[in-house]
Structures are given as C-alpha cells and as structure tokens.
Ligand binder design. Structure first.
Ligand SMILES: [Zn+2]
Length: 387
C-alpha cells in the first residue's frame, strides 16, 4: 500500500481525520473534510510519536493499523487473549490503565491484550465473583463501571467488599450488625464527676448501644452487642472482633466517648481501618464518612472528621468497621449533650441513617440528614429507595 501523504484527498483521508479528531489530536472541522492538510500532517506526527512509531507524517501500513486500533472505545467489543495475533487498541489501553489504577499488575499499558492483562482480568473477576475466564465482556465491563472511581488505589480485597455491598441491595432486613459499647466490667473508660453524680464512658456508650440495638432491630436487622450492661470482665478488642467475625456480621460499630485534659476539646470523630501508606478499607472509609456526616448534621457536635487507624478492632474485623468517639465527656458542652437522652436518640438515628445509606447505590444516595429512620421498615417493605 502506498502511504497516504500530505496533499492527498479522498475517503481514506476523511477516515484518518475522523480517528485523529476522536483522539483530540485534530480540531474538528466540517464533517467529510477529505484533504490531508498541514493540520492533518501535524496530528499524524503527534499520533505516531505517542505510539512509538517512526514519525514521518504519512500514513503507511503500520500507522494505519495503529489508527485502526485507536478507534476502539472500551466496552465496544469483547476483549480476550487471542493467540497468536493479540488484540490491540485504545480500548485495551484504557482497560489496562484502569486496572493499573486499581492495583492490578498488567505491566505497562501497551494497548496489547496479552497474557498479563488476561491474568489481571481473571484476578479481578475472581474478586468480584464473576467467572474468571480472563476475557472482558459486558459483565466484566459492568463490574468495572459499577466500582466507579471510588476504589482507585484500592487493594483488590477491598474491591470485593464494595462490590458485594453494592450488589446486595438497599434492604437492611436480615443483615447482622454488631454493636460494640467500649470498655465495661472493671474498665469504666472515661470517668467525670459531676456534683454528686459520676458519668462514665462505659455506661453512656452502653445506653447508646442499647438504643441503637432497638432502632436497628425495628428496621429488621439482627443485632448483637459485644457486652452486657454490668459485665464482670472487660473484653479485649481482639475478642470483640472475633465475635463479629464468627457471626459473619455485615457491619461493626464500636461506640466510645473521648476525653482530653483541655475541657475546650469537643466534637465527634469516626475511625476506619487504614495505614499511613494509604491502604484503606474503601467500605470502612465510606461508612465512617456517612456516620460522621449524619452525626454532625443531626446533633450539631463539632466535626473532628474521619481518620484511618490500624487498630486491632478495625484491622481484624472482616466487615466494614468503624469506631465512633461521640463527643468529649471532659467538655462541659459535650457532656451536657451526652447526658440528655434525647440527644443520644439523635446520635442513634444518625448511625441508623448512615448504615442504611451504605447500602444505597452511590448514584441513588440521599442528602445527609434526610432519612426518616422511623419510616425505614415501611420504605424497605415497599421495595423502594428514598430518593
Ligand atoms: Zn473509650
């Protein structure tokens, strides 16, 4: 084939221009423009450079093949590992870039669907519960799309968590939530004398936990507390996580209140699993964000934000797990709120709303503070999502 070169006209030039325009290398002009002008030549050179081809500004057989491959948009065809002539194209490159972002090993994004890409896809398919055949068809594409941008940088095991949650639907009925009132037994946690009274963290969080238990049970959730109100020993965190794991819990919520030598320190903070080098539980982080935002919106506690921690309690639990520090018992402002049962009810409603929102698909999520938790069961029974 004679290379198509500057000065040429015809349908082949129109096609070349269309592909280059689609790649943003050529400013769109009148459709059907069929002249290989200087703009086209510059675009061809840029394209050749980006593909590692020899840069001569003409479209010979090699450049033509590369342009042809560049036409494919991800999802337009099923990708698989073809032998001996592997599939190549812009869609393969997009897929490889996406897999790299998610932490899969595809080597380099070279636009060739080789063994490594096929293996990475099979691994992804296993993680999300699809047949690991190593080819990328509509189901795999859907799974990739559903995961969206949220999981960029996430480890594969966190992907499975997020995807499983999204696939499980919005209902709370039949889910298991383990509520962990912190401390207990011989360990009262934070203790603050108040006149003749004595407030303890262990008692306050137990009260919160039992209110939460009631609300969740009313929404059809199976609830388990990690301790009773007057337990003799204080269960170590490791045992609490073991309990949650053995029950196959869907969510783990640990409740604490904080303390500080400075009585001006106040506010709510929520913790999820994560490490300093950026590894984080995507679902834990999402739940923490929802809990934090709902509590701040519904109670007016100061927003001390969410934080990643590698504590045993968060690390060893095999489900989305958060620890909430609901205010400072050492702050006169927070204490006045915490000792008010109506305030504790609002905290509990916030947590229920957050747990519910975690099961809403991201695109159908609702504004913070908008869920009427007393109506949850009816909503769920009607099979609709509030939106
Ligand atoms: Zn505590």
């Amino acid at each position: 084939m004679r290379p198509i070169r500057p000065g040429d006209r015809g349908p082949a030039v129109t096609e070349i221009r269309t592909v280059l325009t689609g790649l943003d290398l050529l400013v769109p002009t009148a459709p059907g423009a069929d002249e290989f002008d200087s703009h086209t030549e510059r675009a061809v050179r840029a394209f050749q450079q980006s593909r590692g081809l020899s840069v001569d500004g003409r479209v010979g057989a090699e450049t033509w093949r590369a342009l042809d491959a560049a036409r494919w948009r991800l999802g337009a065809r099923t990708l698989y590992h073809a032998v001996p002539e592997p599939l190549t194209g812009e869609d393969v490159r997009s897929l490889q870039e996406r897999l790299l972002e998610m932490g899969y090993d595809v080597g380099r994004a070279d636009a060739i669907y080789g063994v490594r890409t096929s293996r990475a896809i099979a691994q992804f398919q296993r993680e999300v519960g699809l047949t690991p055949d190593g080819s990328c068809g509509p189901h795999t594409m859907n799974a990739l799309r559903r995961l969206g941008r949220k999981v960029v940088g996430g480890r594969p095991q966190w992907l499975r968590e997020s995807d499983a949650i999204r696939q499980s639907g919005p209902t709370l009925v039949g889910r298991t939530v383990v509520i962990d009132p912190g401390h207990g037994g011989t360990d009262p946690g934070v203790v603050v004398p108040d006149g003749s009274l004595r407030w303890t963290e262990a008692d306050l969080v137990y009260d919160l936990a039992s209110r939460l238990e009631g609300r969740l049970a009313a929404a059809g959730v199976r609830v388990q507390l990690t301790r009773g109100p007057a337990q003799e020993d204080c269960l170590p965190d490791v045992d609490r996580t073991e309990l949650a794991n053995s029950l196959g819990a869907d969510v783990f919520i640990s409740l604490h209140v904080d303390e500080h030598v400075n009585p001006a320190a106040e506010g709510v903070a929520t913790y999820h699993y994560g490490t300093d080098n950026g590894v984080t539980s995507a679902t834990g982080e999402r739940l923490a964000g929802l809990v934090q935002r709902e509590i701040v919106a519904r109670t007016g506690l100061r927003d001390c934000r969410t934080h990643a921690k590698a504590w045993d309690l968060l690390r060893l639990t095999r489900m989305p797990a958060v620890r909430v520090e609901v205010g400072y018992l050492t702050s006169p402002t927070d204490r006045a709120r915490l000792v008010d049962p109506r305030f504790r009810d609002r905290v509990v409603e916030a947590v229920v709303a957050a747990v519910q929102r975690m099961y809403f698909p991201v695109e159908r999520d609702v504004p913070t503070g908008s869920i009427d938790v007393s109506a949850l069961r009816a909503v769920v029974a009607a099979g609709t999502v509030v939106d």
